[in-house]
Design a protein around this ligand. Structure first.
Ligand code: SF4
Length: 375
C-alpha cells in the first residue's frame, strides 16, 4: 500500500513503480477525499500494476474511485455500515465489472457485531464479512475477495481458518498493524506463512511500519521461499559462522548481498566461512565462495572453479555471477581454472589437519556432559 497522498500523482506513481520493481503485483492507494479520487484518475492509466482504492467511511468515494478507473475496491464493513450505501457501491461495481475486497479489521469491527460476539473474536470477524456478502447477494454481486485481519497473530490465524471453512471466496491475508521490522516482519510471517502452508490464502500483504518497498520485498521473499512464486531476484544464503570460520562471514555476506542486489542477479549465492564444509554444504547453490588460508574458493554447483585472494572475494563473486548470467552454469563449470579444485582440496585437508575434525570441540563437550550427569 502506498504511503503518499494519493492526490500527489507523481509521488504516488514513483512509489508504485518502486513497489512493482520490488515484486509487488497489485498496489492499494487510499481514496480518502475528492483530491485522492482525482489523483487516481491520473495514476491508474500510468501504473504498471493494477490499482485498488482503499475506502473507509464514505461510500461516495468508492463510486468516485470506480469512475477514476481503479481495478478494484477495498471496503471496510466496520465503517461503511448503511445497507443502501453498500448496495449502491456493489451495484456500480457489478455494472463496471470491478471486484471488491471485503476488508474486515479486528480494530475497526462493526460495534454491533462485536457486542453480539463478545468482542473481536474469529466468529465476529467472519460474521462481519458474511453480513457484507449478504448485502452484495441482494443485488447479485459476487466478485469478492475477503480479508479478516487482526494485529494479534493467533486471532488472525483462527479467523482465517474459520473464514476458509465458511466461504469459498478468494482470501487476502495479512497481520494488520504488525509494526516496525524486525518484530513486524516476524509477526506477519508467522501469520501469513502458517495459513499459506495450510493452503489458505490467495493474495498477501505485509503491513509494516516501514518503507512500503520493504513490505513488497518481504512478501516476495516469503512466497519465493515457500515455492509459491518463481524466484526473480537474488537468494543469498550464508553459513552462520562457527569456530572454523576463516573470514568475517557477516561482513562478506552483507557486502556480497549489496553488490549482487544492485545488479539484480537472480541466482542463489552462498557465502561460507570455511572451505572445509562450505562447498559441500552449499553444493545446491548456483554459486558460492568459501574462505580458507587467506583465499576465497569460488564454487559453482559444488564444483570449485577458481581460487582468489581473500581481499577480492566479493569482487570475484560478482564477476562470476555475471559470467553465469552471460554464459550459463555449465559453461562456467567447464571453464574452471586448472588446479582450482585441487588447491581447495589441499587447503581443506590442511585445515582439517591443523584444526582437527572437531574444531567446535563437540566430542570434548559430550565427554564432559557424560561426566557431569554420571556424578
Ligand atoms: S563449518 Fe565452515 S561453513 Fe560451516 S558454519 Fe562453520 S565456518 Fe561456516
Amino acid at each position: 500500500m502506498t504511503t503518499t497522498k494519493t492526490a500527489d500523482v507523481d509521488g504516488t506513481l514513483a512509489q508504485i513503480y518502486a513497489l512493482a520493481g520490488a515484486g509487488c503485483d497489485i498496489v492499494r492507494c487510499t481514496c480518502n477525499d475528492e483530491a485522492a479520487a482525482t489523483g487516481l484518475a491520473q495514476i491508474v492509466p500510468r501504473s504498471p500494476v493494477p490499482i485498488i482504492a482503499d475506502i473507509h467511511f464514505q461510500h461516495k468515494l468508492a463510486l468516485a474511485a470506480m469512475e477514476a478507473g481503479v481495478h478494484g475496491l477495498r471496503l471496510n464493513p466496520g465503517n461503511i455500515r448503511k445497507p443502501a450505501d453498500i448496495k449502491a457501491v456493489a451495484s456500480e461495481a457489478k455494472d463496471r465489472g470491478i471486484p471488491i475486497r471485503i476488508g474486515v479489521n479486528a480494530g475497526s469491527l462493526d460495534p454491533e457485531i462485536a457486542e453480539l460476539h463478545g468482542g473481536a473474536t474469529p466468529e465476529a470477524l467472519v460474521a462481519s464479512a458474511q453480513r457484507e456478502l449478504a448485502y452484495f447477494a441482494e443485488i447479485g454481486f459476487d466478485d469478492v475477495k475477503i480479508s479478516v485481519k487482526a494485529s494479534n497473530v493467533a486471532l488472525m490465524i483462527d479467523s482465517y481458518r474459520l473464514l476458509s471453512e465458511t466461504v469459498d471466496h478468494p482470501l487476502h491475508l495479512g497481520v494488520t498493524e504488525a509494526g516496525p521490522p524486525p518484530a513486524g516482519l516476524i509477526k506477519s510471517t508467522a501469520g501469513i506463512a502458517t495459513l499459506l502452508s495450510e493452503g489458505i490464502g490467495d493474495t498477501i500483504r505485509y503491513s509494516l511500519t516501514a518503507d512500503p518497498v520493504e513490505e513488497a520485498r518481504a512478501g516476495r521473499t516469503l512466497l519465493e521461499s515457500l515455492g509459491l512464486r518463481e524466484r526473480k531476484g537474488l537468494d543469498l544464503i550464508a553459513c552462520p559462522s562457527c569456530g572454523r570460520a576463516e573470514v568475517d562471514v557477516i561482513k562478506v555476506a552483507n557486502a556480497a548481498m549489496e553488490a549482487l542486489e544492485k545488479r539484480n542477479i537472480p541466482l542463489q549465492v552462498a557465502v561460507m566461512g570455511c572451505v572445509v564444509n562450505g562447498p559441500g554444504e552449499a553444493r545446491e547453490a548456483d554459486l558460492g565462495i568459501a574462505a580458507g588460508r587467506g583465499k576465497g574458493h569460488l564454487f559453482v554447483k559444488g564444483h570449485v572453479v577458481r581460487v582468489v585472494p581473500e581481499a577480492d572475494m566479493v569482487e570475484a563473486l560478482v564477476a562470476e555471477a555475471e559470467r553465469i548470467m552471460e554464459e550459463g552454469i555449465e559453461a562456467v563449470i567447464a571453464s574452471a581454472d586448472a588446479g582450482a579444485a585441487a588447491e581447495a582440496e589441499a587447503t581443506r585437508v590442511e585445515l582439517l589437519a591443523t584444526q582437527g575434525a572437531d574444531v567446535n570441540r563437540v566430542e570434548e563437550h559430550l565427554e564432559r556432559i557424560q561426566e557431569i550427569t554420571k556424578n
